[in-house]
Write a protein of this length. Structure first.
Length: 431
């Protein structure tokens, strides 16, 4: 196994390609996006990920990695292409299909094909294998095939690629062992062998567990608001219990995985996946809920302006895929509110510098707990806003300094000050 061809050079494929190059393989990265290929061949990374730019630059400079738009003959092929969902919440496997088809001219006896893209159970057996059979090679014997899910955390991808444990699912024992051999060359965590369908389901179960747990936290937040309980404190106390690990509530669930993968189970399991579907619906409903609260906080304000802080799907990453902030911004604009957005981690055209975004706003809406936002100085913010009102949907702002600076601080999952119109007006007058 000397040469590896990685198909799809995104958040997963590019870091994987560089780790393999560091481990002594000759790596060819393939992407249908010619701009991505050109950038990588210049020794640059199009993905904002810790230490990745340096690794790409070194691997390209030393000739251990190169990129192209077409696959070429290799010992191992790794498919890491996107698997989004359709408008009907069904897995869109078009990229997996076309990536697999693109390999056919290059596959030879003795090769190993690994699918890393997250897919519904049985995709390896029912979609990938039938395509690979067109080579005429005998599956398992002449062509090894495995599904090996990726479980890395954006922001720590390079570290987790090496130190996380891996689940390796072969279409037979020989395929599982061949894939294990590849991963064992750079993975320091445990490697568990199983069949491809169990590995596919394992990956979906991991993200579904987190989605359901977040939905529970969101439901607790809504109930806490009604009961006058601070949900953040209650969760902290509950999690002191040795067998409890409640996740954090928030304005919705985003990203490429947790907001998507549970639908792959729902699609297959239908009415059996009642809890999973409900959890998805609860999390998908959070942006609407946040918008309703914003409208309550702004009731009576003419031509209201909202300064949104945070656009990415979670704190301290640049990734905006499936971000609930995008939906909230859209919904607020649909309701006729003027919205300015600040997010120091994104290059989006609508993003403004902090002071510009805050200037003249009637409400600061915190949607992402970036470190830059946690350390905001309330006194400085007060000078910029038209009304001293903050809605913190991440529970990251400390109440005392904000209130000391004359703010009304509403926090998702705490007693919500909708009945405090009078004190809100008093605050405004004082300001
Ligand atoms: N991003 C994560 O943190 C993460 C974590 C675990 C699993 N995954 C899964 O890994 C898979 C890849 O995700 P990603 O985040 O790397 O996606 P991505 O969108 O960042 O990158 C995918 C790349 O594949 C390219 N591509 C698309 N079709 C292609 C084809 N037919 N041939 C060659 N290249 C093609 C695209 O141009 C793109 O550059 C998905 O199934 C995802 O669910 C992602």
């Amino acid at each position: 196994m000397k040469k590896v061809c990685v198909i799809g050079l995104g958040y997963i494929g590019l870091p994987t390609a560089t780790v393999l190059a560091d481990s002594g393989y000759g790596v060819v990265g393939v992407d249908t996006n010619a701009a991505v290929v050109a950038r990588i061949n210049q020794g640059k990374s199009h993905i904002d990920e810790a230490n990745l730019a340096e690794k790409v630059a070194r691997a390209i400079a030393e000739g251990r990695l190169r990129a192209g738009t077409l696959p070429e003959a290799a010992d191992v092929f790794i498919i890491a292409v996107p698997t989004p969902f359709t408008a009907e919440k069904e897995a869109d496997l078009a990229a997996v299909r076309s990536a697999a088809e693109s390999l056919l001219p290059y596959l030879q006896k003795g090769n190993l094909v690994i699918l890393e893209s997250t897919v519904p159970p049985r995709t390896t057996l029912d979609l990938l294998v039938p395509i690979l059979q067109k080579t005429g090679l005998e599956m398992g014997k002449e062509l090894r095939v495995a599904f090996c899910p990726e479980r890395v955390l954006p922001g720590k991808i390079l570290e987790e690629l090496i130190f996380n444990s891996r689940v390796v699912g072969g279409i037979d024992h020989a395929s599982a062992f061949a894939a294990k051999e590849l991963y064992a060359s750079f993975v320091k965590g445990d490697i568990y062998l199983t069949d491809s369908t169990t590995a596919e389901m394992t990956k979906l179960m991991e993200n579904t567990y987190r989605d359901v747990n977040i939905a529970l936290a969101n439901e607790f937040a809504l109930i806490a608001e009604q009961s006058g309980v601070n949900v953040w404190e209650a969760i902290r106390f509950a999690n002191n219990h040795p067998r409890v690990n409640i996740h954090q509530p928030g304005p919705g669930v985003g990203g490429h995985c947790i907001a998507v993968d549970p639908w792959f189970i729902v699609e297959q399991a239908g009415p059996l996946a009642r809890l999973i579907r409900t959890a998805r619906e609860i999390n998908d409903g959070m942006p609407q809920y946040v918008v309703k609260r914003v409208q309550q906080l702004l009731s009576g304000v003419s031509s209201p302006r909202v300064a949104v802080l945070g656009m990415t799907y979670k704190a301290n990453v640049a990734d905006c895929r499936e971000s609930p902030a995008l939906e909230i911004i859209c919904l607020l604009r649909e309701k006729g509110l003027t919205v300015s957005v600040c997010d120091p981690l994104t290059q989006d055209a609508q993003v403004l510098p902090l002071e510009e975004a805050l200037a003249g706003a009637d409400l600061l809406l915190l949607l992402v707990g970036h470190n830059d936002f946690r350390s905001l100085d309330p006194a400085k913010v007060a000078q910029l806003l038209r009304r001293p009102v903050v809605f913190d949907t991440r529970g990251v702002l400390e109440r005392e300094p904000w209130e000391r600076s004359g703010f009304l601080l509403a926090t998702l999952g705490e007693f919500f000050p909708v009945k405090k119109e009078r004190s809100l007006n008093e605050n405004t007058a004082a300001h």
